[in-house]
Design a protein around this ligand. Structure first.
Ligand SMILES: Cc1cc2nc3c(=O)[nH]c(=O)nc-3n(C[C@H](O)[C@H](O)[C@H](O)COP(=O)(O)O)c2cc1C
Length: 211
């Protein structure tokens, strides 16, 4: 089972999203290393206009649980998801089972909300580009330590106001993403991606290199 690693190539290629966690809490030192890695990420003009809010009190976890419930109501019809039968062992059923477990148990885990200050001079794409690298660094640091993590869009699936009110996020800050962390029940493993040759063009659009 792939465990902790300091090899950057192994970390990047096996940083699968983890949605099923054990009951073991995440210790402060492990979480702090993930937050430090997030802090090392680049941002436009090195503005570092970000805030990482650790949600770990019982009160805030209850809010996260509510956001997860709401998100499930939104994504079930969008992705045509339903709780899989116990004897269904297809890949889709396994993924859905893990997703349901994450939503059902969301209130048990520590999570981190990533916020980015809004600047009217920058497009939303540019602002996103200044906070998503921090999230990716956080995810890689989690992977390196053998910690599991799942980036969620629960704020976008109806949880925005709940999370804003609970945390007290000022109006001129945008909620970008939310990462749930925990020790994996399953395993990290190779990410599934299309071959490089399908997406790399040379000099001109749609000009592919033959292998
Ligand atoms: C912007 C973004 C939003 C995501 N939102 C969610 C989410 O709301 N719930 C979830 O379970 N996974 C979410 N994910 C995780 C993706 O589903 C996952 O990264 C993708 O399916 C690839 O799988 P892998 O990370 O295991 O390789 C999100 C990922 C990104 C980059």
């Amino acid at each position: 089972m792939p465990g902790p690693t300091t090899d950057v190539w192994e970390a990047m290629s096996t940083a699968r999203t983890i949605r099923r966690f054990t009951d073991q809490p995440v210790d402060d030192a492990t979480l702090e290393r993930c937050l430090q890695a997030a802090m090392w990420a680049p941002s436009g003009a090195n503005a570092q206009a970000w805030r990482f809010v650790v949600l770990r009190s019982a009160e805030q976890r209850a809010v996260v649980a509510k956001a997860a419930d709401r998100a499930l109501e939104v994504i079930e019809p969008v992705y045509g998801m339903s709780r899989p039968a116990d004897d269904d062992n297809s890949r889709r059923a396994r993924t859905n089972r893990a997703t349901y477990e994450l939503h059902d148990r969301a209130g048990e885990f520590t999570s981190v909300l990533f916020a980015q200050k809004y600047f009217p001079t920058a497009s939303e794409l540019l602002l996103g580009g200044s906070i998503f690298p921090a999230m990716q660094n956080f995810l890689l640091a989690a992977r390196a330590q053998g910690l599991g993590a799942c980036l969620t869009s629960w704020r976008a699936y109806g949880g925005e106001q709940l999370l804003r009110d609970a945390v007290g996020v000022p109006d001129d800050w945008m909620l970008a993403g939310h990462v749930v962390v925990g020790w994996p029940k399953g395993r990290h493993g190779p990410v599934r991606r299309r071959p490089l040759s399908e997406v790399v063009n040379v000099d001109h659009w749609d000009e592919f290199v033959s292998p």
